[in-house]
Ligand binder design. Structure first.
Ligand code: UT7
Length: 333
């Protein structure tokens, strides 16, 4: 008699992170643009952020985070079937940073590609990893969220330069037959009608690099922050509710809520709507600012290594970003 086996679920086997050493405080920014520590803290919760020196690019950050995640998972680079990098600040225009990372890790052959989903990049990568593992098309998947946003921020624009930071976070996913563990549900979505609210116009085929595009500052992030804020709260809440419903779990049954770290006020507003108690929300935006696709995996790695997330915990991930993209996942650790 053959044993009936359920299709596997994906679970996280190991995590890693890389933050550049250089700390830029709100006081440092006061010296550069017309802003104040008080404004930045009360409007965003941010106190400081990490900035990569010119010698470090997004691939360097990916490599360190990925090596840590592989070591934690007790796997070698050759064990990987798929390498994913969520980023809007790739090391090169092309090829994909995932391919550069593959070369750095000293492996070859497996599929490797980037996902451009703004701050939702890691969640999108998680969803792809989950799908590949469930379908049997991959056994081990490396998913990295990594950014050097400092390279595309206009350091003279106070409305954006105070918000962002550099960093990378990584997770290695593998299959589990345990019906109680792993990625229980995911919900990923996008609404392209909002793209003008958050974008970088230059460098693509619509506005290729030219002396004129540089003079116009088209290679910098453009954001209508207060408009983004409103949609962020609504969509973060919406996708998280959908994932909880799909998994049959209520907000107060979540052990950890790990939202994208863009703004403390957004995090608090979504947390209240979801009815997750304040002590179950992980926040590190005060230390790193908004690291876009890196924010959720950096938080996860801090929580795992800090002993906060333990086996059996229900962990709700939630992100929102340029596109607009949004996504949520519920994991039973
Ligand atoms: O990762 C996903 C994408 N991004 C986000 O999720 C960001 C979402 N948005 C936000 O976090 C907030 O909207 C911001 C933090 C960007 C801005 O906060 P806000 O409360 O929405 O402020 P605001 O844009 O409405 O600006 C209020 C005032 C303006 O002055 P006036 O017109 O009222 O005189 C701005 O010029 O604050 C001014 N301002 C600043 N003042 C000091 C804007 N930036 C600064 C600054 N320092 N850095």
């Amino acid at each position: 008699m053959t044993e009936r086996r359920h299709p596997p679920r994906a679970r996280i086997l190991g995590t890693g992170r890389c933050l550049p050493d250089t700390v830029v405080t709100n006081a440092d920014l006061e010296a550069r643009v017309d802003t104040s520590d008080e404004w930045i803290r009360t409007r965003t919760g941010i106190r400081e952020r990490r900035i990569a020196p010119p010698s470090i690019d997004t691939c360097d950050l990916c490599e360190e985070a990925a090596r840590q995640a592989l070591e934690a998972a007790d796997l070698r680079p050759d064990d990987l079937d798929l390498i994913l990098v969520g980023t809007v600040t790739p090391a090169l225009g092309f090829p994909a940073t995932a391919c550069l990372l593959q070369e750095r890790l000293g492996t070859r052959g497996q599929m490797a590609f980037d996902l451009s989903a703004g701050c939702t990049g890691f969640l999108y990568a998680l969803s792809v990893a989950d799908s590949f593992i469930r379908s049997g098309n991959a056994r081990y998947v490396l998913a990295v969220g990594a950014e050097t946003l400092s390279r595309i921020v206009d350091w003279d624009d106070r409305s954006t330069c105070v918000l962002f930071g550099d960093g990378a976070g990584a997770a290695v996913f593998g299959p589990t037959q345990d019906p109680e563990r792993g990625v229980l549900a995911t919900r990923m979505a996008a609404d392209g009608s909002y793209w003008p609210l958050l974008h970088m116009p230059g460098g693509g085929s619509r506005h290729p690099a030219s002396a004129e595009s540089l003079a116009q500052g088209l290679h910098y992030v453009k954001m209508q922050g207060n408009e983004v804020f409103k949609v962020a709260v609504r969509t973060l809440h919406q996708v998280a509710e959908e994932v909880l419903e799909a998994a049959g779990v209520s907000g107060d049954q979540v052990d950890w809520f790990v939202p994208h770290q863009a703004n403390r006020r957004i995090i608090d507003a979504v947390r209240l709507r979801l009815k997750v108690p304040a002590e179950r929300v992980y926040v590190n935006v005060h230390r790193y600012g908004n690291t876009s696709a890196a924010s959720v995996p950096i938080a996860l790695d801090e929580m795992v290594r800090g002993g906060k997330i333990r086996p059996g915990h229900r962990v709700l991930l939630d992100a929102f970003g340029a596109g607009f993209t949004f996504g949520a996942a519920l994991i039973r650790w």
